[in-house]
Design a protein around this ligand. Structure first.
Ligand code: FAD
Ligand code: SIN
Length: 539
């Protein structure tokens, strides 16, 4: 192994990720500490940026916290932590008010003499309670949060920086209890690996949707945070609960384009090619059943009939309504030759949300001192076995706030950041072998889609597990023998997340929420988390 020169940096608080969780936390943390925020592409690129439906929050007199809590628990299929659900729901209105103060422009409507938020409805919600900015809520959030972050003198944002692995006292064989000392990061501009020491590292790295061939997630969603934490010795929980969104556009030119659940909230109906509403066979809520139920109904229909897709029919609302309420979706569809005012939209389910992740309290505390996890990368118990629509932006906001509030107390207990050893890397960058990376990446995504999708069996899971073992070995050899690239780093994380999903699914001997296994069709009496301790997968 050759040692290359490595620029060393240090940070008081180092945040990885520039979605809603990372940005909201950085903004508030900057009141008490200097923050270095790293992100692997341009700063707006995140799952947050693509959010359409909005933020679930009780703001109407016709709604109540108790109803929002009940809907969340019901969607979560018995696995939510009720105390966590209560806190998130009850904190919501204050966090949303802060967003408005920051300049987020939620869509409003006229009610008599006053303006009030125009509330959307989504699956599993018994009331209209989703605040939205047209159908580009995520873009609006990123715009407002990034602009505030960029104007803070206490926050430095660095783009094109890929976090690789945490440096811990255990890895360095230092005495005392294990804690985080910093992180290694690939700087895209120089292609050098930087060693950055930090008193506190905050993983706000989002999801692992790219484990699947078909997903609504953008390219950044490669499960880096879960993989980084697991390799640092942190157990990972509930990864079997991957949520499939029922209505992703079925079109070769736009395979990840979401058709928001809010369309169904406004009267859109899922139908087959003959226009028949088949979804009520399994649930009287039909197109507005929680996502696990609806995605399964669609999957079954497609398998039974051999149809490549189903359809979302919202023609009844007419062009004027669609252009006003869903301008981005309507214009994207028209650009692809589909006019939703005149024809049903072809849709299929696609991997959308990671309910499991790094076990964390609502203030981001993990089991590893010096490490916080915020947003989709964390598993707090809010979502249980199936997330209620539009609860994730809310969770990220609540977590970021609580983490920033408790930061001074936490930092007071952590010693000054020490310097950490420079990165050692392999000598070679073998361009010929890069094809292996692309091939393995595709293979993982295909096998996860085929064997670890909406409907599971033990046989399929075991097949996936044995393929993934070989792939993990190959990727590991690559990692240790060649100069790291962002593609290789992402592949390494994707492979590990896929293995954690499969392992978790194999350990759950029941069908609950998003984990439907034909070999275990019943519910176990007691709902339990699946926790994969470190060491089960070496990578
Ligand atoms: P993200 O927003 O995904 O941000 C993660 C950040 O980490 C990114 O900046 C990424 O580049 C960075 N990163 C990742 N790995 C690394 C690394 N190794 N090094 C450096 N940086 C890294 N939820 C709702 O509540 N309402 C909705 O309407 C809604 N609509 C959605 C629509 C779509 C299409 C999708 C995909 C999701 C939607 N969700 C919605 C889910 C929601 O958007 C996400 O759960 C939420 O935005 C996650 O925020 P986050 O900050 O945790 O992660
Ligand atoms: C959507 O707009 O359908 C996505 C909402 C969510 O994922 O919460």
């Amino acid at each position: 192994m050759a040692e290359r020169p490595s620029q060393e940096l240090s940070a008081e608080v180092l945040v990885v990720g520039s979605g809603i969780a990372g940005l909201s936390f950085a903004l508030k943390a900057a009141r008490s500490a200097r923050v270095l925020l790293l992100t692997k592409k341009n700063a707006a690129e995140s799952n947050t940026n693509y959010a359409q439906g909005g933020i679930a929050c009780v703001t109407s007199a016709e709604d109540s916290s108790e109803l929002h809590i009940r809907d969340t628990l019901e969607a979560g299929a018995g696995l939510c932590r009720e105390e966590v659900v209560r806190k998130v729901v009850q904190d919501g209105p204050a966090r949303v008010a802060e967003l408005v103060e920051l300049g987020v422009r939620f869509t409003e409507r006229q009610n008599g003499g006053s303006r009030e938020p125009d509330l959307g409805k989504e699956g599993g919600h018994t009331k209209r309670r989703v605040l939205h900015a047209g159908d580009i809520t995520g873009k609006e959030l990123e715009r407002a949060l990034l602009s505030a972050v960029r104007s803070s003198p206490m926050i430095e944002v660095r783009e094109d920086m890929v976090a690789i692995d945490l440096v811990t006292s255990k890895k360095l064989k230092l005495p005392g209890p294990n804690r985080v000392l910093g992180i290694y990061v690939l700087d895209g501009a120089s292609q050098r690996v930087l060693a950055i020491s930090a008193r506190m590292v905050v993983l706000a790295t989002g999801a692992c949707g790219k484990c699947y061939l078909y997903t609504t997630n953008p390219a950044i969603a490669t499960g880096d945070g879960v993989a980084i934490a697991y390799r640092a010795g942190v157990a990972i929980a509930n990864m079997e609960f991957i949520q499939f969104h029922p209505t992703c556009l079925f079109h070769p030119s736009a395979p990840t384009f979401l058709i928001s659940e809010a369309l169904r909230g406004e009267g859109g109906v899922v139908v087959d090619a003959q226009g028949k509403e088949f979804t009520r066979k399994t649930d009287s809520r039909g197109s507005l059943a929680p996502r696990d139920i609806l995605a399964r109904a669609i999957d079954e229909e497609m398998k039974e009939t051999g149809a490549p897709c189903v359809f979302l029919d919202i023609r009844s609302k007419g062009a004027e309504f669609l252009e006003k309420r869903f301008p981005a979706i309507t214009s994207t569809l028209r650009g692809l030759g589909i006019d939703p005012a005149h024809q049903p939209i072809p849709v299929v389910p696609a991997a959308h949300y990671q309910c499991g992740g790094i076990p964390a309290l609502l203030d981001g505390t993990t089991r590893l001192p010096g490490l916080l996890a915020l947003g989709e990368v964390a598993c707090t118990g809010l979502h249980g076995a199936n997330r209620l629509a539009s609860n994730s932006l809310l969770e990220a906001l609540v977590m970021a706030h609580r983490a920033a509030e408790s930061l001074p107390g936490k930092l007071a207990k952590i010693p000054r950041a020490d310097s950490i050893p420079r990165w050692k890397e392999g000598k070679f960058h073998d361009a010929d072998e890069m094809v292996v990376i692309t091939h393995n990446w595709k293979e993982i995504r295909q096998l996860m889609w085929d064997y670890v999708g909406i409907a599971r069996t033990n046989k399929r899971l075991l097949r996936a597990q044995s393929r993934l073992r070989l792939l993990l070995k190959e990727v590991q050899e690559f990692y240790w023998n060649f100069r790291v690239t962002s593609d290789l780093l992402e592949l390494r994380n994707l492979a590990l997340c896929a293995a954690l999903i499969v392992e978790s699914a194999l350990r759950r001997h029941e069908s609950r929420g998003l984990n439907a296994n034909a070999d275990y069709p019943k519910l176990q009496k007691r709902a339990k988390d699946t926790v994969i301790e470190p060491g089960a997968h070496k990578i």
